[in-house]
Design a protein around this ligand. Structure first.
Ligand SMILES: C[S@@+](CC[C@H](N)C(=O)[O-])C[C@H]1O[C@@H](n2cnc3c(N)ncnc32)[C@H](O)[C@@H]1O
Length: 210
């Protein structure tokens, strides 16, 4: 997808959105554990065992909490301070998750810090010009052989508005250089929209040196 003005999309002011709207009403709110991530963790027999998981662009924090319940050591990061303040307040008793304000494109997170990263819905709202930097930063903070689980809208979704949509080929072309694409599955993006938008669930393993 080329970055011409005609393909450029506008996204909400995240801070205002989390200040002004109940999270339960936003399109990506899913109070349940993402079923694609759950399936992958089960099929790959991935157990917590002290492993560190980043829920990138955690927003309503539901996924970070599910990961913590499964025993992972979790960081939920988001650019929006309002989202992080809310998550800290509501989940104060959850000791195995830390919520931090962090812009992934200028991240304060350490190199080789994470065994796993879940990105549900952040990559697909990233402007095309920032995709390379996103990949660089993910590579930096993920350990060698660490896994990125990515959920984004699929080009099979007919809705015009909303996030960028990707074909399987586009995902391969973007990530191939730095990651081994282990699987890509057509699925849906669970949230509050009806019908649920068509989505891709991608599992990729960091290869090579940072
Ligand atoms: C579509 S929402 C998905 C939220 C969450 N992952 C979920 O599915 O419930 C995208 C999230 O990315 C966050 N975000 C936007 N820009 C970011 C950045 N530069 N670094 C980290 N998070 C960012 C937004 O605040 C928002 O919470």
């Amino acid at each position: 997808m080329s970055e011409s003005e005609s393909t450029r999309k506008d996204f909400p002011d995240w801070e205002n959105l989390y200040k002004s709207q109940r999270v339960e009403t936003i399109p990506w709110y899913n109070e349940r554990f993402d079923s694609d991530l759950e399936r992958e963790l089960d099929q790959r027999k991935i157990i917590a065992n002290g492993k560190k998981f980043l829920d990138l662009g955690t927003g309503p924090a539901t996924q970070a909490i599910w990961l913590a319940k499964r025993g992972f050591n979790v960081i939920g990061s988001d650019l929006a301070e309002a989202a992080i303040n809310r998550a800290r307040k509501i989940h104060a008793s959850e000791k195995s998750v830390n919520f931090i304000v962090d812009d992934i494109l200028n991240t304060k997170l350490r190199s080789n810090e994470f065994d796993y990263i879940f990105d549900k819905g952040w990559f697909h709202v990233l402007l095309p010009r920032d995709r390379k930097e996103y990949i660089n930063k993910i590579k930096k903070i993920l350990k060698d052989n660490g896994i990125l689980f990515l959920k984004c809208f699929s080009d099979k979704e007919p809705m015009q508005e909303g996030p960028y949509k990707f074909s399987q080929k586009e995902i391969r072309d973007l990530f191939n250089e730095s990651f081994k694409i282990d699987s890509i599955r057509e699925t849906v993006y669970q949230g509050t929209l009806d019908p649920l938008p068509k989505a891709l669930f991608v599992v990729m393993i960091k290869s090579g040196q940072t």
